[in-house]
Design a binder for this molecule. Structure first.
Ligand SMILES: [Zn+2]
Ligand SMILES: [Zn+2]
Length: 841
């Protein structure tokens, strides 16, 4: 059974109830989670049940050896992870015989994490588990819990090899969250090929954070890197300092002590920029979100402002770059801006002591706000982020304002985390910028708003992060701020992709021979393999077994296949890595080992000059020494990010499936990819401005993997060429955008996949666009692209047409990892080409 529903929908209860009942009935439970932290959480919950017959225990790398024996012999609810199952429990199954004999249920929690190559390894580990159980005469029920995804039953079946029933209806009560989809404006800056550069998601997040904190809205901003989170916090604090300075010069600090925030706190919705704009006779109606009024007074409740009214904005000048659109508080006169919501003429302020706070952010550039039910309002056309200034007497200590915003990072001590939680609860801190490290550490409740800088990769993560907002059943706000990436562009223009049926499926490829081989060895070491075992491991098993025998890894005897080596068979499978000898990442000043990167990824992530992020901390790579297997790094705070660029060749080894697609053909099969990282691009962190392209000298690598590709016959492309379209540029642009959009359908990162496009490919003799899995043997992403090709390529076309740039930019067809320096690219040609491909003929 797989339960695939949203956060806080009661999944835990759904598996706990039968699991605990089984324990009381004399059975045992195996609980699997991807992380040790989650297992520890679960254990705490189980112990709080105070059921004496329930003997729950964690069994992971942190479990002391003296405790392990007790767990094996006495625990009836064992919490562990796939790594422990793989390395310790399955190889020593004999020691666990009494546990396995009574095993009733295997709970696979957070199973949406088992995707790609890692998921493929876990799938084989679960098959080994089923085989060991069978040996001891048990046939446990598998109960999987997953975030929402498309086709959960099919995923569950791939993961376990068993038929799955799915539960997908979520009937749990929920508060309402207003979701805003926020697209930063194009700026005057010019990037590669003269393309316009969008304002960065981090710059927008900093503005919004400052505005929300000024509006007394408790806000959490999720930023990708720790450096980014710190930049957001610093920038927002600087904005508050500006405001504080402006206010303190106008309203000298009174002698009365600072008043606490009280229930009378009223967000004052006003727009100071309106009051001194020539030609604005009357203050505009305010664009506010009633859901933000978590402490409304009666007047506010009686007449909540409409979400997106602002008819007067229509005659305003079109969007200015937001960096300049930010109103400067020093220019504003608080006495003018205090009461524009009502139609009173501006005049001297009447002090209202209960008012301690001020206005709300209004809409930003090109925002479409959407209620949770999927209704979408029109995007606003105007780009000022404003706040009103508070009344003088009630806001005593302006200098304290910047301290209301902080950055949070992983690695804080427990006591620091508790302090931070306390400060957030009490309102001493109103705004927090963090990486998603927060998910592991701090318990934050009582937030009103969440800012998410950049698409977090999956809908599951989006809802998880957005779910942080909303206290005591009150309504909340979540803002997704788009980065300059085709997928982000597509999503902010197509809210139905977020609010409709899920399209992204959790994909994995258990048949990947590079994954299957090592697990067959491990299985043979556990219990020799016989012909009866082959169906468990999939249709390719016998071929892979023959290979393993010819490599001398397994021995074929009349009774079956045996592991006869002295070494541990489980060492062959590096379940979290990508295979190959890993590159050690070492801090040069201290010799501290930060971690390791598999060799294929090393070329793109830790090349000389790369910005390397480890647990949210930023390092610069001084030197990548492939021969020594070491990347030397030093702690740094560069104000730029790096993108490795590669050039790629691809040849078709075998076509496994084909189907017609419009006038062309779609294929899926095995390919050999030769990739060479040739340079890296530097872009400024805050502005996104391009700082240069630095050459690199790295050897080419070959990769055998799987790809999806489409071709168009000469007869279909000839009319396009006659119309003056650069076919190579059109195919290249379509390739870039389609790589960007595949993660919408398969839970992968755009860095997990690559592509090649050509006007004429040697193996097909036709115009061909390939998208391949970036992992040895494949990971299931390209296969999913094949299965959903029409939808995927339609979304690709939409992403390109949604972007308002003229000739292509990073939000649509430019790729930060393009080894050809984004040349040639033809935006309109790409749309024409995709139109041709998607036309039914
Ligand atoms: Zn564009
Ligand atoms: Zn390219």
């Amino acid at each position: 059974m797989i339960i695939s529903t949203g956060t806080a929908s009661g999944k835990s209860l759904a598996y706990l109830t039968p699991a605990v009942a089984s324990c009381l009935d004399g059975g045992t439970i195996l609980y699997l989670t991807p992380t040790k932290a989650l297992a520890a959480d679960q254990l705490r919950g189980l112990r709080e049940l105070r059921i004496t017959q329930l003997r729950a225990a964690c069994f992971d790398g942190d479990t002391p050896f003296e405790e392990r024996t007790w767990v094996r012999q006495h625990a009836n609810y064992v919490l562990t992870n796939p790594d422990m199952l793989h390395r310790s429990i399955l190889p020593r199954h004999a020691q666990w015989s009494s546990f396995f004999r009574r095993l009733r249920m295997v709970v696979v929690d957070e199973c949406h994490g088992y995707r790609g190559v890692f998921g493929s390894h876990v799938a084989q580990i679960l098959r080994r588990l089923r085989r060991v159980c069978a040996r001891y005469g048990s046939r446990p029920t598998f109960l999987l819990a997953s975030a929402t995804a498309s086709e959960p039953g099919a995923f569950g079946m791939r993961l376990t090899g068993l038929e799955m029933d799915e539960v997908t209806v979520d009937a749990s009560p929920k508060g309402s969250t207003t979701i805003a989809l926020w697209e930063p404006p194009l700026t005057e800056l010019r990037g590669e090929g003269g393309a316009p550069v969008r304002r960065t998601a981090t710059a927008e997040a900093a503005d919004l954070l400052a505005d929300l904190v000024l509006a007394d809205v408790r806000t959490l901003a999720f930023v990708r890197s720790r450096r980014g989170a710190e930049t957001v916090a610093l920038t927002a604090r600087a904005k508050l300092a500006d405001v504080a300075f402006s206010l303190s010069t106008r309203h000298p600090r009174p002698s009365t002590p600072r008043q606490p925030h009280t229930a009378g706190t009223t967000p004052l919705k006003s727009d100071p920029t309106l009051s001194h704009r020539p030609g604005t006779a009357e203050p505009a109606p305010l664009k506010t979100d009633p859901t933000l009024n978590h402490q409304p007074d009666t007047a506010e409740l009686a007449q909540p402002a409409p979400l997106e009214p602002a008819p007067t904005t229509a005659h305003r000048p079109p969007a200015e770059p937001a960096s300049t659109a930010q109103p400067t508080p020093r220019k504003t006169d608080p006495t003018l801006s205090r009461q524009p919501r009502t139609a009173e003429p501006a005049g001297p302020a009447t002090p209202e002591p209960s008012r301690t706070t001020n206005g709300l952010p209004t809409t930003g550039p090109a925002v479409s706000a959407s209620a949770h039910d999927g209704t979408v309002t029109e995007p606003a056309s105007e780009s000022s982020l404003t706040w009103a200034l508070p009344d003088a007497p009630a806001q005593p200590d302006w200098t304290d304002l910047p301290n209301k915003i902080a950055a949070y990072r992983a690695g804080y001590l427990a006591e620091d985390r508790r302090l931070l939680e306390k400060a957030l609860r009490s309102g001493t801190i109103m705004g927090l910028a963090t990486t998603n490290a927060l998910e592991l550490g701090v318990d934050v409740s009582g937030l009103d708003a969440v800012l998410i800088a950049g698409w977090p990769g999956t809908r599951a993560s989006l809802w998880q992060q957005a779910g942080r907002a909303g206290r005591d059943g009150q309504d909340a706000l979540a803002v997704l701020i788009a980065r300059d990436d085709p997928l982000d562009t597509y999503l902010v223009h197509h809210p139905q992709a977020l609010f409709g049926q899920p399209v992204e499926a959790i994909v994995l490829d258990p048949d990947n021979p590079y994954v299957l081989g090592p697990h067959l060895c491990a299985a043979a070491a556990e219990i020799p393999l016989t012909d009866d075992d082959l169906p468990i491991f999939g249709t390719t098993t016998s071929t892979v077994l023959d290979d393993l025998v010819s490599q001398g890894l397994l021995r074929r005897r009349p009774a079956g296949w045996f592991w006869t080596k002295r070494e541990r068979a489980t060492d062959l499978a590096d379940i979290r890595g990508g295979g190959g000898a890993p590159i050690q990442v070492v801090e040069s000043s201290t010799g501290r080992l930060l971690g390791s990167v598999d060799e294929p990824s090393a070329h793109t992530t830790v090349h000389t000059g790369a910005v390397y992020i480890h647990q949210g901390e930023t390092f610069l790579v001084e030197l990548l020494d492939l021969d020594a297997g070491v990347a030397l790094v030093s702690s740094a705070t560069p104000d730029f990010t790096t993108f490795a660029r590669d050039i790629t060749d691809i040849s078709i080894l075998a076509t496994q499936r084909s189907q017609p697609l419009g006038p062309g053909t779609l294929h899926f099969g095995e390919v050999e990819v030769t990739r060479q990282v040739v340079s890296y691009l530097k872009r400024r962190l805050q502005s996104g401005e391009m700082l240069g392209d630095e050459p690199l000298d790295l050897p080419p690598r070959t990769l055998r993997t799987r790809a999806v590709w489409w071709t168009l016959p000469a007869s279909a492309v000839a009319p396009l060429a006659e119309a003056g379209i650069d076919l190579g540029g059109a195919a290249h642009a379509a390739e870039h955008a389609s790589i960007g959009l595949l993660p919408l359908f398969a839970t992968c990162d755009r860095w997990d996949i690559g592509g090649v496009s050509t006007e004429l490919h040697a193996d097909t003799g036709l115009l061909t666009v390939f998208v391949y899995d970036g992992h040895e043997g494949g990971a299931g992403f390209a296969e999913r692209g094949y299965a959903r090709a029409a939808d995927w390529l339609t979304a690709t076309r939409e992403a390109i047409t949604s972007c308002e740039c003229e000739r292509g930019c990073p939000s649509c067809i430019q790729s930060p990892k393009c080894g050809n320096g984004n040349e040639p690219l033809d935006k309109r040609g790409a749309v024409r080409l995709l139109n041709t491909l998607l036309s039914s003929q």
